[in-house]
Design a protein around this ligand. Structure first.
Ligand code: CLF
Ligand code: SF4
Length: 517
């Protein structure tokens, strides 16, 4: 595919310049039917401006982190990266290419049949790609998904245990699509010796998975590593891995590369240790700390799965996250995506971009991307204005309440309750709206009928929530939720999430007589 392709059939910019936003669907349409076929569209035939959370009808969202939270030069680096900014994940997509099959360590939560669980969820196997196939796939996605802003390499093994494939892929993609940010994830064992190369390739976001900073604990997570031409086990393996991770982290920070730390939370193994991990990585300059729940299932064939080690409940995860607040900034919107994930966080369009489904010579149109970027800028500004106005009207600050939101993107409440497979959780106190995480459960509506079992699971997932904000809901689930103490609110359908949460809080407090109208 070579250098950035040019399409002689692209219509003048003026034709593309009119973008229509449908408040009823939360989606954007580009006006100008003369667009090159398939150029703009998404999978549903529209340019969905999702809200980081959703896809194909699902929705979700993440950690804090907007322009006001950080220096301008850092915001420049993260503002379009869906993992490094919760705000960005409403609007921008990432894709992973599975070019890195080998690994140099063994984790007790990993079965090599599946993708690296440091950065993806086990249970699914990626389509392994050569760097050239990876470029082809990236071009195909960029041509259809204008939200695409990041290419990540996150397995299915370790990106830096496969350095030639990883860097060859980055080289090809950077030449063809220079607007994409490059990102990689690693266990850190082979990191230190690659920091210069990482910098040379303009990879400015690196994730290191660090689940222990004490080898005594690490030895219960990593049974062996392969280092310096030999296999190490037990305490020695954990000590070497720890030293190499710390050295890699320090070198990345010294090189000006943003570092995110992923830690797998394993109850009874490292839960009491998580605050120490957070403290150490903050002191060494990590930008973000993502505490992810262990996914453990005997069917995955992992050591932890087979030995009965359980993962944390959502409440346990939130409690550990809350306990480290004030240390390294937390990421709370991770979706534990696959090593070949494509789309907004929480959505996975990977199957629709399998090699045998993509066209031979996809064409990326930079003008479409430019239109999209302009739309996002406007949406961001409008959303902030709406939030500011709602804050001024809310009547003060007071008791924090937890609210769940059904969204399929764009930072709006735009999803039917029955279609939601995940809910964003926000804590609102009249002045601030804090994103606290994502709760998942199978969706309620199946083929036009409600599933009582799903509703029960959703109610369980929404433990502690006072209200759920949705675009629509049927009478039956509304009553069942009410009986469980969860108020259903559909008055803010298609409005911005934060402004609506503030308005709802004001209404509740006013009704309770805690603030005056
Ligand atoms: Fe991929 Fe990871 Fe880069 Fe993101 S994912 S390599 S930093 S572009 Fe993101 Fe997915 Fe969580 Fe990873 S939601 S698993 S944190
Ligand atoms: Fe598996 Fe990833 Fe651990 Fe390697 S680093 S053993 S691929 S989880």
């Amino acid at each position: 595919m070579g250098e950035s392709p040019k399409n002689p059939a692209i219509p003048p910019f003026s034709i593309l310049a009119r973008v229509l936003h449908s408040r009823s669907s939360g989606e954007f349409f580009v006006d100008g039917g003369s667009l090159v076929s398939g150029q703009i569209v998404s999978l549903a035939g529209t340019v969905a401006v999702p809200g980081g959370c959703s896809s194909k009808g699902n929705g979700a969202c993440g950690s804090s982190g907007g322009a006001s939270d950080m220096p301008a030069e850092i915001w420049e680096k993260v503002k379009n990266h869906p993992c490094y900014s919760e705000e960005a994940h409403h609007y921008f997509a990432r894709m992973h290419v599975a070019v890195a099959p080998a690994c140099n360590i063994q984790c007790n939560y990993c079965n090599r049949k599946y993708d690296c669980s440091n950065e993806s969820r086990p249970g699914v196997v990626s389509e392994k790609l050569t760097p050239e196939q990876a470029l082809h796939k990236v071009m195909a996605v960029a041509a259809k998904v204008p939200q695409l802003s990041v290419l990540g390499i996150a397995g299915p093994g370790d990106a830096l245990a496969n350095p030639h494939k990883t860097f060859r892929t980055f080289d090809l993609v950077a030449k063809a699509l220079p607007h994409l940010k490059l990102c990689l994830s690693t266990n850190g064992l082979a990191l230190a010796e690659h920091v210069e190369t990482i910098k040379d390739y303009n990879v400015d976001h690196v994730t290191i998975t660090i689940s222990a900073v004490d080898p005594e604990i690490g030895q219960h997570i990593y049974p062996w590593i392969f280092h310096d031409h030999r296999r190490w086990t037990g305490l020695d393996a954990a000590r070497i891995l720890h030293e190499r991770q710390m050295e890699g982290l320090e070198r990345l920070v010294a090189a000006g590369i943003l570092v995110k730390i992923n830690s797998v939370l394993i109850p009874g193994v490292n839960d009491a240790h998580m605050a120490e991990i957070n403290r150490v990585v903050k002191a060494k300059g990590a930008f973000l700390h993502n505490i992810m729940p262990l996914i453990s299932d005997p069917a995955h064939g992992t050591h932890f799965g087979l030995s009965g080690q359980r993962g944390p409940t959502p409440i346990e995860l939130a409690a550990v996250q809350d306990s480290v607040e004030g240390g390294a900034k937390l990421m709370r919107h991770c979706r534990q995506c696959r090593a070949d994930a494509v789309g907004l966080l929480g959505e996975d369009l990977g199957a629709e971009f399998a090699l045998d489904k993509i066209e031979d010579e996809p064409v990326f149109d930079p003008k479409v991307r430019e239109i999209y970027m302009n739309v996002v800028e406007q949406e961001r500004a409008d959303r902030q204005d709406a939030e500011d106005q709602a804050r001024r009207r809310s009547g003060g600050t007071g008791e924090p309440l937890l609210v769940a939101v059904a969204t399929k993107g764009g930072g709006r409440i735009n999803q039917h309750f029955g279609h939601a497979r995940e809910f964003q959780l926000l804590e609102v106190d009249g002045q601030s709206v804090r994103f606290v995480g994502v709760r998942r459960a199978d969706n309620y509506c199946k083929g036009g009928y409600g599933e009582e079992d799903s509703l029960e699971a959703i109610i369980k997932a929404l433990t502690g929530v006072s209200a759920v904000l949705v675009a629509r809901i049927g009478d039956c689930p509304r009553h069942t939720l009410a009986e469980a103490g969860i108020t259903v609110v559909d008055d803010y359908a298609h409005d911005f999430i934060e402004a609506s949460a503030l308005a709802w809080w004001g209404r509740v407090m006013e009704k309770a007589g805690r603030i005056s109208a």
